[in-house]
Design a protein around this ligand. Structure first.
Ligand code: ZN
Length: 150
C-alpha cells in the first residue's frame, strides 16, 4: 500500500473515532478519575479507570478537544481495557515512542494505534495525541491530574 493511501486510511480511523468516541461516559467511584489538560491546544479530557486485581477492568472518558485528542482517547480506552497494569504501562511507552517518532518504525503490535504515527511530524499535535495516554500513566501512578506541560 502506498503511503498516501495509508495516510488516508489512518485519517479515516481518526475521524471515525472523533465522530463516534468509544467508551464515552463516566465511571462511579472508586474508579480513578484523572483530569488531562493540554494548554497548547485547549484539549480537556477526564478519564475514569476501574483498576482492580491488577487489571484495567474498565475505562471511560469525556471532554472537549480536537479530533486527534478525542480519537486518541477513544482508541486508548479500547486498547487498554482488559490489560494488566503492567501491559497498559508498556503500551503507553510504545505509543509514546510512536508519536514522538523515536520508534525505529511503526510498531506492528500497536495495530490501529499506528494511525497516530503521522503526528510525529507535527510536534504540537504530539501533545494532543498523547493527552489521554498521560492520563492513563497518571492513573497507574495514583495522580489525579495530568498536563502536557510537564
Ligand atoms: Zn488538540
Amino acid at each position: 500500500m502506498q503511503n498516501m493511501e495509508l495516510d488516508a486510511l489512518y485519517a479515516e480511523v481518526i475521524l471515525d473515532h472523533n465522530r463516534r468516541p468509544r467508551n464515552w461516559g463516566e465511571l462511579p467511584p472508586p474508579a480513578r478519575k484523572v483530569e488531562g489538560f493540554n494548554p497548547l491546544c485547549g484539549d480537556r479530557l477526564t478519564v475514569w479507570f476501574d483498576l482492580a486485581d491488577d487489571i484495567v477492568r474498565d475505562v471511560k472518558f469525556m471532554g472537549e478537544g480536537c479530533a486527534i485528542s478525542k480519537a486518541s482517547a477513544s482508541m486508548m480506552t479500547q486498547a487498554v481495557k482488559g490489560k494488566t497494569l503492567e501491559q497498559a504501562e508498556e503500551l503507553f511507552g510504545r505509543f509514546h515512542r510512536l508519536v514522538t517518532g523515536t520508534a525505529a518504525e511503526a510498531d506492528p503490535s500497536l495495530g490501529s494505534l499506528r494511525a497516530f504515527a503521522g503526528v510525529a511530524r507535527f510536534p504540537a499535535r504530539v501533545k494532543c495525541a498523547s493527552l489521554a495516554w498521560h492520563a492513563l500513566h497518571g492513573a497507574l501512578h495514583g495522580e489525579a491530574a495530568t498536563t502536557t506541560e510537564e
